[in-house]
Design a protein around this ligand. Sequence first.
Ligand code: NAD
Ligand code: DAU
Length: 347
Amino acid sequence: MNILITGGAGFIGSHVVRRMVKNYPDYSIYNLDALTYAGNLENLNDIEEFSNYTFLKGDITDATFINSIFKKYAFDGVIHLAAESHVDRSITNPLEFVMTNVIGTVNLLNAAKGLWKDNFENKLFYHVSTDEVYGSLGESGLFTETTAYDPNSPYSASKASSDHFVRAYGETYGMPYVISNCSNNYGPNHFPEKLIPLFINNIIQKKSLPVYGDGNYTRDWLFVKDHAAAIDLVFHKGKNHETYNIGGFNEWKNIDLVKLLCKIMDTKLNRSSGESEKLITYVKDRPGHDLRYAIDASKINKELGWAPSVTFEQGLEKTIDWFLENEEWLANVTSGDYKEYYAKMYQ
Ligand code: NAD
Ligand code: DAU
């Protein structure tokens, strides 16, 4: 099988690529990535020499290029993760999100349809999406696979749109597809613009910890390797034209999570108890900020037997250790453009 994984140099994509390359030596894995600010081949140093792995640099918004690689490599399956993924950036620049997340996805669908024509046997387009398409929950309830789409940010609207296109290609052209909608990931290689890695980096640097609004927003956190395991399972065992919700059964209010992070970091860095908490600074809220996300992952649990393998405490500890052991990685990704982004975003 020739498998195309898009966005494989990013946070989640790199864990998916590594898992597929190592677990399936008979597959040829092609990682297509434009290497935007979020893409980093350093994430895949350990597997770049594997004979079943090929990196392709390219942009999914370039239809001619996308068609040419489908023709050249005759992919049997696609695992599509490439996206603009940060909500705050989508508020500043929505069009970039439309281009990559919507147009890019449609380009991939067209290329797959063109290659596979009407013979879809043993072919699969797997679209990796987010729980943010469902909008915001109140104090109770969970997102299920049948929750109505109600996106609130340009990011989630672009992801919702791409989900609709994938479904539409399934209904209209018979394209075989699966979609998964996952909650917030955390773990090694997470780009330090997102809450957990940003705050780990700021604690190391003794910089302020900018908590949006009152900090009472809730997210459902999942260790990235557990998401990669779920993606592997859905790719191989998921039912055609089905959606699977993936989550951590692990809700945290931002402020409680930040305080836990501060406590663990104080111990790891041999700082006095309560030192990092003093860095917490309440700042202006994110516009359109979704109050709460929480996933009902019972379908993937019952039908495919998936469940998270680590607790939040274990996952957070592994994550913090990884960042402390990889300060060079952190220094590399926070040099250059990152400084400009940080200054504009948090001035
Ligand atoms: P990320 O921003 O870390 O990585 C995205 C990758 O896509 C980068 O390597 C980037 O270079 C690449 N890319 C961006 N634009 C591209 C383009 N035009 N052409 C080719 N490559 C391009 O994102 P992530 O957090 O790893 O998320 C991966 C996917 O999972 C996304 O589709 C996201 O919506 C989804 N998702 C993320 C989370 C999360 O918590 N991070 C949760 C659920 C779903
Ligand atoms: O739910 C899945 C989604 O999770 C993914 O689809 C997105 O790609 C991913 O970025 C993530 O979106 P969030 O907006 O939930 O993640 P983020 O880390 O940006 O923010 C988490 C919470 O922390 C959110 O309530 C906003 C808050 N926050 C974030 C930052 C960056 C702060 O309070 N301060 C910050 O500086």
